[in-house]
Ligand binder design. Structure first.
Ligand SMILES: Cc1ncc(COP(=O)(O)O)c(C=O)c1O
Length: 390
């Protein structure tokens, strides 16, 4: 077993290089080329999604989502305090107000009870995050919204499915359930092209707007399909289409999706099995996967009961060659949130969960040695907690 187990490692073989070589030897390097079109069609078929648009990142797909929904000055958008900055920035960039809500202790996804509390007449959207590739509670979130829609108020659901490609809520793919879904193909994600993302919707009207926004606010895509004879500027927009070179890498990765899922599952289950005893001794708490969720095993994480133990335990794991980590630092009390919010936000459950979180290395190539790595983690936990007399 190697001395140091990194936190993440890209799963690749010769096919990514071959895909790039083939595209480089051709004449179409720009976006929306043959590889991009094939990837969109493959994602659409796999996930049963009516519209899929590749983007340059999930950050950009989220920005598109806020533009498509016409979020504007003073509109409120509810999102968990426990998320990546891009979720909140997308709201802010349109002049919207991010309204931070609590997460559930069992799976770190948005708490529908707190969503219900935070809906106001200014609420325009809710953004659940599928943390670790485990579905947020759609039923709970929809109920919270439905209780407020009697007055005719429309509240959209935008799934921040950055971590959730190939994960499911019942028999529906994450990213295809809300009004809009956003994926990430960053190289920390299960399927990657380095930097990339996708915008998904099942709604034709939203798809049409997304297509303009992604193509610099023009109807150039309809022009290229021969549907109109010239194209022009028809909405705000930007340049969100990835080069075909990246789409080629993504296509090669997509072909390996079943293998990637099976290997990640193997690692996740090795941790789960071998750390059970640590949970039984109440040294740690293991995450739960709700019955409605099929995970894509993006993250394996656990919590220590006492926040004071988290950093020393992270150090002990690193000293033992385990590249463990934590993430996210909640956004609601980050410096920029304090600057833009007109009152301080307190989310005690989120703060406690973030301060007690530890994430373990998880990537397909670890499957070869996952039992040994999980044993090594268990040894560190045993030494750490026994030295404290627990
Ligand atoms: C919840 C969430 N949203 C958005 C992003 C941003 O994704 P990208 O790096 O593709 O812009 C991330 C990145 O990790 C994320 O975890």
């Amino acid at each position: 077993m190697p001395d140091y187990i990194p936190f993440n490692q890209i799963f690749k073989d010769h096919t990514e290089l071959e895909a790039v070589q083939e595209i480089l030897s051709g004449e179409t390097w720009h976006g929306d080329g043959p590889a991009g079109k094939r990837v969109e069609a493959k994602l659409s078929k796999w996930l049963d999604s009516r519209f899929v648009f590749l983007t340059t990142s999930c950050t950009h797909a989220l920005e598109m989502a806020m533009m498509v929904l016409e979020i504007g000055h003073g509109d409120e958008v509810i999102l968990p305090g426990f998320t990546f900055v891009s979720t909140a920035n997308a709201v802010r960039m349109q002049g919207g107000i991010p309204v931070f809500a609590e997460i559930k202790a069992s799976d770190l996804t948005l708490d529908p009870v707190d969503v219900a509390r935070k809906i106001t007449p200014a609420t325009k959207a809710v953004i659940p995050i599928h943390y670790a590739g485990v579905s947020a509670d759609f039923e709970g979130i929809r109920k919270a919204i439905a209780n407020h829609s009697g007055s005719g108020q429309q509240i959209a659901i935008v799934e921040d499915a950055a971590q959730a490609v190939g994960a499911w809520w019942n028999d529906q793919a994450l990213g295809t359930i809300g009004d809009i879904g956003c994926f990430s193909f960053h190289d920390t994600k299960n399927i990657t092209c380095g930097e990339g993302g996708a915008f998904l919707t099942q709604n034709r009207e939203l798809a049409e707007k997304a297509e303009w926004i992604r193509e610099k606010g023009t109807n150039r895509s309809a022009f290229l399909r021969g549907e109109i004879d010239k194209y022009t500027w028809i909405s705000q927009g930007s340049s969100y289409i990835p080069s075909d070179l990246l789409a080629g890498v993504l296509e090669a990765q997509l072909e390996k999706r079943n293998q990637i899922l099976a290997l990640r599952k193997q690692v996740w289950e090795a941790y789960r099995y071998r750390l059970q005893e640590a949970a039984a001794r109440q040294w740690i708490t293991l995450p739960e996967i709700p019955e409605y969720a099929s995970s894509n095993y993006h993250i394996f994480h656990f919590h220590v009961p006492d926040p004071a133990d988290r950093d020393p335990l992270l150090r002990a794991l690193k000293d033992a060659g385990i590249g463990a980590s934590f993430h996210y630092i909640p956004l609601h009390n980050a410096p920029f949130a304090q600057k833009i919010l007109d009152h301080p936000v307190s989310l005690p459950r989120t703060e406690y969960l973030a301060q007690t979180l530890i994430r373990l290395p998880l990537y397909p190539d670890l499957a070869r040695i996952s039992d040994d790595v999980a044993d090594r983690v268990m040894k560190v936990l045993t030494r750490f907690f026994q030295s404290k007399g627990r």
